[in-house]
Ligand binder design. Structure first.
Ligand code: TYM
Length: 332
C-alpha cells in the first residue's frame, strides 16, 4: 500500500467548502486504498497569533469536522501535529537544509507577508513550508492530497528531501502532490478570480461548513456570475458560473456536461438556487455529526491520543535514523 499524508489548519469557526472539496474529500476516499495519515496542524496555526482558548477549541473542532466528513480512525491515523514532537525536531533539521533563497520563493509566504509587512510577519511564517516538509518526510509519504495552493510546498519537500538523501544517503521518500484537477481550486463566490480562502478580506463569498443553512444559501444565491445568460462551463469567460458547476458536480457526482444539459435554456438563477439546496442537503447531517462529536470532548481526545501513539511509532523511527545519519551522538 502506498502511503498518503496530509494536514489541515485548525480555524476558529470552521473549514470552508474549498478545504472540503479540494482536500478532505480526497482524504476520505484515499483511506480506503492507501495507508493514510491525517493531522490537524496546530503548530502551523501559530505562525499567526492565536488565542490559547480558541486554539484549543478549534483543534477539537477541526478533528470533529474531519471525523464528520468521513475520516475514519479505524481506516487511517488521525492525530494532532503537536502531539508528535518529532515534527518540530525534524523541522529544525530541515530548516538547516533549506536555502534562504529557496524559502523566499514560496508564493504563499510572499503573499501573506506582503499583506502583513515585515514587522507583522513571524519567522515561523517564513519557515512554515519547512515544517510542512518535515510533516511529510517523517512518514515517508508517497502522495500528499492537497489543493493547488499547496503544490509548491510539496515541490519544496521533494527538493529538501532529495538534498538530505544526497548528503547523508538514501533515507527519505520523495512525495508527490495528489491534486484532483476538477476541485484543485474552488473560487470565492463573490470574487471568482480569487480562491476561496479563510483569510479573505470579506467572507461574503466564503462558504463555511458550520454556517447556518440560511447564511450559506444566501451566499450561493448571491454568487457573482457574468452578464451572459447561458449555463456553460468556461473558466475564462464565465469563472463564476464555472465555479458553481464545479461545486454542483463535486457534490452530486454528475458530470459538468450533464449539468449543462439540465440547465439548457435557463438563466443563472435556478442554477444558484439548486447548488444552494444541494449544499444544504449535504451539509445538514455533517453539521449534526460535528455537534455530536463536540458534545463528547473526552471521546474526541481519546481518538486523537490513539492516533498520536500510532503516528509516533513511525515518526520516532524516522527521527532516529535521521539523527544517526547526520552524525548526532546517540545518548548513552
Ligand atoms: P490549509 O489548512 O490552508 O488548507 C487545507 C487544505 O485545503 C486546501 N484548500 C483548497 N482547495 C481547493 N480550493 C480552495 N479554495 C482551497 N483552500 C484550501 C489546501 O490546499 C489544503 O490541502 N500547509 C497546509 C497544511 C499542511 C499540510 C502538511 C498539508 C501542513 N502540513 C503536510 C499536506 C501535508 C495548509 O495550510 O492547508
Amino acid at each position: 500500500r502506498l502511503r498518503v499524508l496530509s494536514g489541515i489548519q485548525p480555524t476558529a469557526g470552521s473549514f470552508h467548502l474549498g478545504n472540503y472539496l479540494g482536500a478532505v474529500r480526497q482524504w476520505v476516499a484515499l483511506q480506503e486504498t492507501h495507508d493514510a495519515f491525517y493531522m490537524v496542524v496546530d503548530l502551523h496555526a501559530i505562525t499567526i497569533p492565536q488565542d490559547p482558548a480558541e486554539l484549543r477549541a478549534s483543534t477539537r473542532l477541526a478533528a470533529a469536522q474531519l471525523l464528520s466528513a468521513g475520516v475514519d480512525p479505524a481506516r487511517c491515523t488521525l492525530f494532532v501535529q503537536s502531539h508528535v514532537p518529532e515534527h518540530s525536531q525534524l523541522a529544525w533539521v530541515m530548516n538547516c537544509l533549506t536555502r534562504f533563497g529557496e524559502a523566499s520563493r514560496m508564493t504563499q509566504f510572499k503573499d501573506k507577508s506582503a499583506k502583513q509587512g515585515a514587522e507583522g510577519t513571524s519567522v515561523g511564517l517564513f519557515t512554515y513550508p519547512v515544517l510542512q516538509a518535515a510533516d511529510i518526510l517523517l512518514y515517508h509519504a508517497n502522495q500528499v492530497p492537497v489543493g493547488e495552493d499547496q503544490r509548491q510546498h510539496v515541490e519544496l519537500t521533494r527538493d529538501v528531501g532529495q538534498r538530505f538523501n544526497s548528503q547523508f544517503g538514501d533515507t527519505l521518500t520523495l512525495p508527490e502532490a495528489y491534486i484532483l484537477k476538477e476541485t484543485a481550486k474552488i473560487y470565492d463566490l463573490q470574487d471568482p478570480a480569487a480562491k476561496m480562502s479563510k483569510s479573505a478580506a470579506s467572507d461574503k463569498g466564503v462558504v463555511w461548513l458550520m454556517d447556518e443553512a440560511k447564511v450559506s444559501a444566501k451566499k450561493f444565491r448571491s454568487a457573482v456570475t457574468d452578464t451572459g445568460t447561458e449555463v456553460r462551463y468556461d473558466p475564462v469567460a464565465k469563472p463564476g458560473v464555472s465555479n458553481l458547476l464545479t461545486i454542483y458536480s463535486a457534490l452530486t457526482g454528475l458530470s459538468v456536461g450533464e449539468i449543462e444539459e439540465k440547465f439548457a435554456g435557463q438563466l443563472y438563477g435556478p442554477l444558484k438556487t439548486e447548488v444552494a439546496e444541494i449544499f444544504a442537503d449535504w451539509v445538514a447531517p455533517f453539521r449534526t455529526r460535528v455537534l455530536e462529536f463536540l458534545d463528547d470532548p473526552a471521546q474526541l481526545d481519546a481518538i486523537l491520543a490513539e492516533g498520536a501513539a500510532k503516528a509516533r511509532e513511525v515518526a520516532s523511527g524516522t527521527m532516529a535514523t535521521v539523527y544517526d545519519r547526520m552524525g548526532f551522538l546517540a545518548p548513552a
